[in-house]
Design a protein around this ligand. Structure first.
Ligand SMILES: Nc1ncnc2c1ncn2[C@@H]1O[C@H](COP(=O)(O)OP(=O)(O)OP(=O)(O)O)[C@@H](O)[C@H]1O
Ligand SMILES: C[C@@](O)(CCO)CC(=O)[O-]
Ligand SMILES: [Mg+2]
Length: 393
């Protein structure tokens, strides 16, 4: 049998979730935030089909499962992106009319986002089978939406052979890891990041861009809306973090909107809060630098614990993105001498607890049991993982 190389090609991409150490919500209002990637990843597998169809599997969305559409269905939509505005090397915003037309195929925002990114990047010129699943809890503050978008955009650009760098050696896979995967070069990563931000805009309305940046570039970074991302080349000190899922669902979009509304209505009250959160993020960076110089972990730990408490109080008491389940976890961990804050949008979702270097396995098990008895799931995080990883077979 003669094999058609392009038809047989399989593109596998993964992109990490994240935790935000300090600065969630304040970052939407222009302040500094610090985030690091997680070892939990969204995974995308893309193969070609010759039926000119989009076959989509989303096994994590039980109510959807899978779907199949002839590409013609999208191409014939009035506002399908074409012509000059539709250059896949120049990420563009989804036209609201086109979004409305996509929403006639699905009422789920996440799937409409998928359909926009698919239409914009591939122009619906080739049939693809796409499966997208995730290790991350969905809608729980660990950046499931951003890793979904980053993995998808990275995969579609690769499957369509669209490279902002003209396909440099790194993007050809010159430096693969032991699993045969490679990180795209910075120029291609920037393209993936910008496309993913367009996806996040559909999911969230006004994302700062921090979630897609940390999912694209991995490791740890600081972010402001004005200056964008800055990767912390030396990563972050070896902090031990326990993630606990409240299992309380919430919407990032609504929480972000509420904080923006509060900041517009009560500017004089909220501005100083946002400035203080900015100071916390900057102090955290100063603490990391001091630790690099003096290796005094006790000093670092004490400062981080204070800043966890302060940031949590401001998020809950001033921005109003707390939840009784979060308060409960704060108090369970406090009874064991540990400090906890929400991460991501809050309102439920996941929280992070700073473990101590001295927290031994028995204490950790005791803590996890107390949390589990209260109905929460927790696990120690592995942070600083690589950003988007691509494997083309
Ligand atoms: N594996 C997946 N399969 C299908 N849809 C997904 C998947 N992962 C994420 N999504 C989409 O992302 C949405 C959740 O995004 P949302 O921003 O509310 O939460 P999050 O990204 O997990 O948390 P945060 O933004 O606070 O970090 C889901 O409703 C769904 O549309
Ligand atoms: C709440 C928020 O700050 C982080 C969500 O992970 C929103 C954003 O930055 O886009
Ligand atoms: Mg999100």
């Amino acid at each position: 049998m003669i094999s058609n190389i392009e038809e047989d090609r399989q593109v596998c991409v993964s992109a990490p979730g994240k935790i935000i150490l300090f600065g969630e919500h304040a970052v939407v209002l222009g302040k500094t935030a610090i985030a690091t990637s997680l070892s939990l990843r969204a995974k995308i597998v893309i193969t070609r089909n010759t039926e000119n169809k989009l076959n989509l599997e989303l096994p994590d969305l039980k109510e959807f499962g899978s779907g199949s559409w002839p590409l013609e269905e999208f191409r014939k939509l009035n506002d399908f992106p074409k012509g000059d505005i539709a250059d896949p090397l120049k990420p563009f915003e989804c036209n609201p009319e086109f979004l409305n037309q996509l929403l006639t195929f699905t009422s789920v925002k996440g799937i409409a986002t998928f359909l926009f990114l698919f239409s914009a990047i591939t122009q619906c010129t080739k049939g693809f089978n796409i499966k997208l699943s995730s290790d991350l809890p969905i809608g729980a503050g660990l950046g499931s939406s951003a890793s979904f978008c980053v993995g998808l955009c990275g995969g579609l650009l690769e499957a369509m052979d669209i490279y902002a760098c003209g396909k440099c050696d790194q993007c050809k896979g010159a430096h693969k890891n032991s699993d045969g995967e490679h990180n795209p070069c910075t120029v291609q990563s920037d393209l993936i990041n910008l496309w993913s931000l367009q996806g996040e805009k559909l999911m969230h309305g006004t994302p700062s861009g921090i979630d897609n940046a940390v999912s694209t570039f991995g490791k740890a970074l600081t972010f402001t809306r004005r200056a964008g991302y800055k990767i912390l080349d030396r990563g972050i000190p070896p902090l031990r973090i326990l993630i606990t899922n409240t299992r309380v669902g919430r919407s990032t979009k609504i929480l972000v909107e509420n904080v923006i509304n509060r900041s517009q209505k009560y500017t004089d009250l909220i501005d100083p809060v946002s400035n203080l959160i900015d100071t916390i993020s900057m102090q955290c960076l100063a603490c990391f630098e001091r630790y690099e110089a003096d290796s005094n972990f006790d000093e670092l730990q004490s400062a981080m614990e204070l800043m966890f408490d302060m940031n949590q109080s401001l998020l809950s008491g001033c921005y109003g993105v707390g939840h009784s389940s979060i308060d409960n976890i704060v108090s369970i961990t406090k009874s064991m001498g540990l400090h906890t804050k929400l991460t991501g949008a809050g309102g439920g979702g996941c929280v992070i607890t700073l473990l101590k270097p001295s927290t031994d396995s028995q204490q950790l098990e005791q803590l996890k049991k107390a949390l589990s008895d209260a109905g929460y799931e927790s696990w120690e995080a592995t942070i600083g993982d690589p950003g988007v990883l691509i494997k083309s077979l």
